[in-house]
Write a protein that binds this ligand. Structure first.
Ligand code: SAH
Ligand code: F3S
Length: 456
């Protein structure tokens, strides 16, 4: 009665939180299963950024409740952002729910499951439910454990939690609380352990990593705490690549752009959320930068690394967005020529300043604008991939691809490459000659005779 299935919605931070919870549960004797149907306990780790994400999790919860009627010992829990955002209300929506745990209390999940399981043993008194949305100092340090069994070549490392900005559309400051950073020592120790276990690449995670350590770790030689952290990790032998997500344009200063010039492990791929290319909309969104400032950051990065890859987040259909505002977004989008982008249709989040704004944009218009940007993205992504045809790329081999007998890996620019390889190359950096491209992937062959021979 102790098989747990964890379903994760939303961002990489959630993926990381779920992994940490799985490790804690394993340590307590629970078994983590990949099969929802055989689980005795299902935990939904949820997202609140858009309504659709919440509806999906609620739908899933409703579906799972039926299982509970057939088996009263089955346990259903909701963790993460929607738990924090909606709290007790979830028990009304899902009367069969047993557990609701907020974003700062993941590390209490093993205790709670122990209690819930004991209460559901035959002959036990009437079972209770648990709701825990406390804020907890130091909770940022509890997302630390990595799964020994599925040690990955590339790992996520949470460096901070929360966000102190107040973008008018965003629920995250409510669900994740205020900024709390882990220490450079803590993070370094975690990455050193990962590298000792075979990890070669880390992605540093936070809602706003450019605010890392702000007010706690003072700047040193003109370098922000975040750059100090990257420099420290860069010194770890055996670590090959460093990535991070997400920075904020406001905190993307010269020290960080310059770091790309002297830290070769820092991958030339920057996810830099734009949201809108219209100054009027940026102001309405309470995003403290201008179109011009954003372009200056892009240029400063291209000055250091001419082939820099860019990715972004855009919201289309923010209240009051006119055709002219959208044309501004569109032109900036074309000017940067993104390699990747996440385009979102504005979703009303109750409790955020934008929720009450007049001039909500009809869904058809949002969809139309969405399609325009998606088309531009696929063109610029294809252009980039075409420019890589016949080039040689340094690829970090991650593992066997899902289909065929190919292996997959990524280039420094985060392009997925598929190529024939062998298990013993997993975790290695290998040169791959690109011989075919699609909009989303590259195909190729190992480019070194020596490496070829090793494949055998
Ligand atoms: N800084 C965080 C942002 C979290 S939300 C990070 O990148 O991790 C991720 C993205 O979702 C935002 O950048 C924004 O583009 C989008 N988003 C946030 N609130 C939204 C809303 N109400 N409607 C549509 N998209 C939204
Ligand atoms: Fe959300 Fe803006 Fe922070 S998008 S996570 S409030 S920087």
């Amino acid at each position: 009665m102790n098989r747990v299935y964890i379903k994760t919605y939303g961002c990489q931070m959630n993926v990381r939180d779920s992994e940490a919870v799985a490790v804690m549960l394993r340590g307590r004797g629970y078994r983590i299963t990949e099969k929802e149907e055989e689980a005795d306990i299902v935990l939904l780790n949820t997202c609140s950024v858009r309504d659709q994400a919440e509806q999906k999790a609620i739908g899933k919860g409703g579906y799972l409740s039926r299982r509970k009627r057939a088996n009263p010992r089955f346990i259903l829990g909701i963790m993460g952002c929607m738990a924090q955002n909606r709290g007790a209300e979830l028990f009304d929506r899902l009367p069969d729910l047993d557990l609701v745990v907020g974003t700062q209390r993941f590390h209490h999940v093993p205790d709670y499951l122990d209690r819930l399981t004991a209460e559901r043993a035959p002959g036990a008194p009437r079972p209770s439910t648990i709701l825990d949305l406390e804020e907890e100092e130091g909770s940022q340090d509890t997302i630390r454990g990595h799964d020994e069994d599925t040690r990955r070549v590339s790992a996520f490392v949470s460096i901070m939690q929360g966000c102190n900005m107040s973008c008018a559309f965003c629920i995250v400051p409510k669900t994740r609380g205020s900024e709390r950073s882990r220490s450079i020592e803590e993070i370094t120790a975690e990455v050193e352990e990962l590298v000792a276990g075979g990890t070669r690449e880390v992605t540093l995670l936070g809602q706003i990593v450019t605010s890392y350590g702000r007010g706690v770790i003072p700047p040193l030689d003109g370098k922000s705490a975040f750059v100090q952290l990257i420099e420290r990790l860069h010194d770890i032998p055996g670590l090959a690549r460093i990535r991070f997500t997400s920075p904020h344009p406001r905190g993307f200063n010269r020290d960080l752009a310059e770091a790309y010039g002297y830290l070769p492990k820092l991958c030339p791929y920057v996810h830099l959320p734009l949201q809108s290319g219209s100054d009027r909309m940026l102001k309405a969104m309470n995003r403290p930068y201008s179109r011009q400032k954003y372009l200056e950051i892009v240029e400063s990065l291209r000055a250091v690394t001419p082939g820099m890859y860019f990715s972004t987040d855009i919201i289309v259909g923010f209240p009051g967005e006119t055709e002219d505002d959208f044309a501004q977004t569109r032109s900036l989008f074309e000017e940067v020529g993104y390699d990747m982008a996440y385009i979102f249709k504005y979703s009303i989040r109750s409790g955020t300043p934008a929720a009450g704004l007049p001039d909500q944009i009809p869904d058809e218009v949002k969809e139309e604008r969405n399609q325009v940007l998606l088309k531009l993205l696929s063109e610029s992504s294809r252009r980039r991939n075409q420019s890589l045809l016949h080039s040689e790329q340094e690829v970090l081999v991650e593992g066997p691809a899902r289909k065929g007998n190919l292996y997959h890996g990524r280039t420094p620019g985060n392009r997925v490459v598929l190529f024939p390889a062998s298990e013993r190359l997993v975790g290695e950096l290998v040169p791959v000659r690109v011989n075919r491209v699609t909009v989303s992937s590259l195909y190729g062959e190992l480019a070194l005779a020596g490496v070829d021979a090793a494949v055998g």
